[in-house]
Design a protein around this ligand. Sequence first.
Ligand code: ADP
Ligand code: GLC
Length: 477
Amino acid sequence: MMNILFVASEIYPLIKTGGLADVAGALPVALRKKGHDVRLLMPAYFGILDKVAPIQNQINLGNPFNVGDLILLETQIIENGTPIWLLQCKSLFEREGGPYLDTSGLDFEDNHIRFAALSWAAAVLASHGNLMGWQADILHINDWQAGLSAAYLKSWKMNHIPIVTTVHNLRYNGSFPLKKWHDIRLSNELLSHHGIEFYGQFSTLKAALVYADAITTVSPTYAKEILTEEYGDGLDGTLRAHQHKLYGILNGVDYDQWSPTADSEIPHKYDITSLNQKQENKLALLKENQLDEDLSQPIFGVVSRLTEQKGLDLVLEAMPSALDQGAKLILLGSGDKELEQDFLALQERYPQQVGIHIGYDESYSHRLQAGVDALLIPSRFEPCGLTQLYALKYGTLPVVRKTGGLADTVFEEGADPNGFVFEQADTPSLIEAMSRCIETYHDSNTWQERQKNAMRYDFSWEKTTDHWITLYESLIK
Ligand code: ADP
Ligand code: GLC
C-alpha cells in the first residue's frame, strides 16, 4: 500500500477544461480501488468549496509569495470520497474566469505565482507529512502547473521523495519571462540551461522534467514523438537527456461516466446488442439541432477545444465535399475565435446539415457522442486523446490522424478495425478518410461490424493502473 500525493490544476467533477481533469478525476480513484491511499491537491478556485464535502481540517502555510496566506483545506470529493486538499488564497484563486484564463480569454498575468503557490503547497505537503498527519511515499505532479514542486523540493534539499511528472501536453510549457523569476522564490542556481532556463525564459514544465525521478506521458507513441524536434516543442533536447526515465503509459476511460449502457445524460441507453437505440439518439440529436432528420447519410461529430493542436481548420476545408454528398456535421467546442466564427459561417451555409454549439457543455458532449456516427479528430499532435476512446464505447467510429494516442488506439487495418486513420495532416488526406468512412457507412454490415469491434475494445483504467503501481514501486525501492 502506497501513499500518493496527486497534484493537478483541474479535476473532474470539480473543474474541467480538457482531458487532464478526466484523468485526474479517474486515475486516483482507480488506484484507490487497488488499495493505495491517493490524495489530491488542487487550488480552491472560485466556487469550488460549494462542490466538496465540509472542510475537516485546515493549516496555514504562511505567506511565502506576499500575496496573502496560503491555506490548505482538507476535504473530500463527494461523488467518490477521494480525499482532497484545496489550496485557498483569495487573491490568487477567487476570481472570475477559468482556471488559467480571465473572462476575456487571456492568461492571468500572475499565473506564475498562482501555480508556484500550488507547487509550493505540494512540496510542503510532500516533505512535511507531520503537518497533516499523512506522509506521501510518492509525489505525482501533472503538467506545468505543478512543475515547480520538483524545483522547490530540489532547492530545499528535500528531494528524497520520489517525484513522478506526467506530461499531458508539451505545448503548454509554463514559460515565463525572466523578469518574473524573483517572484517565485527559487535560487539562481537552478536557472541554468540544464535546469529551468528555457530559451531566455524559465519553464515550470522543464523544472518538472529535469528534477523528477520519472517522467511519464499519456501514450507510448507520444513518448517517442516528443524526443523529436518536430513534436518536442523545444523540450526534445531536455527529454532526450532524460530519456532513461521517460515512460509512455496510455490513459484510461472511466466507463461509469462514459458508457452508453450507464450514461444518464443520453435519451436512449444502448449496448452492443441494441444498436438500433443509437438511431434514436441520432434522431434526438438532429431534432435538438433542428437539422434534417434523414439518416441515409452519416453524421460527423466534433467535441473539442478549438486550438491549432486539434487540426479543425482541416475539417472546415474538408467538410463541404462531405456535406455536398448529404453528410452532416455537429460540433461542440470553444477556443480560437476565428475557428468559432468559421464554423458558425459553415452552419449558415448549410443550415439543414450543420449544427454548431460554441461553448463548453459536459452533458451535451455525452449526447453528441451517442448521437453521431463518426467523430472527427484530425489532430496535428495528440498526447493521448480521450474523445476517441469515449466514441469507441458509443459505437461512434473515430476518424483520426495517426499521431500520439490516436495512433495507439484507433485502427483501420488489422483484425479488429475500429475507425478510420490517415497519416498526413492535410485536407486531401482527411477528405479521403472521410470518403472511406461514408462508403463504409453505406455498407451496413461492415459498418455494424466495425461499431461492434469499437465497442468491444477495453481502455478501462483497471487495465492501466498496474503500470502505474509498478512504476511507483520501482521508484520507492
Ligand atoms: P484535450 O485534453 O487535449 O482537450 P482530450 O480528448 O484528452 O483532449 O480531452 C478532452 C475532454 O474535454 C473530453 O472529456 C471532452 O469530452 C471534453 N471537451 C472538450 N471540449 C468540450 C466542450 N466544448 N464541451 C464539453 N466537453 C468538452
Ligand atoms: C492533454 C492532451 C490530450 C490528453 C489529455 C489527458 O490535454 O491534449 O491528448 O488526452 O491531456 O492526458
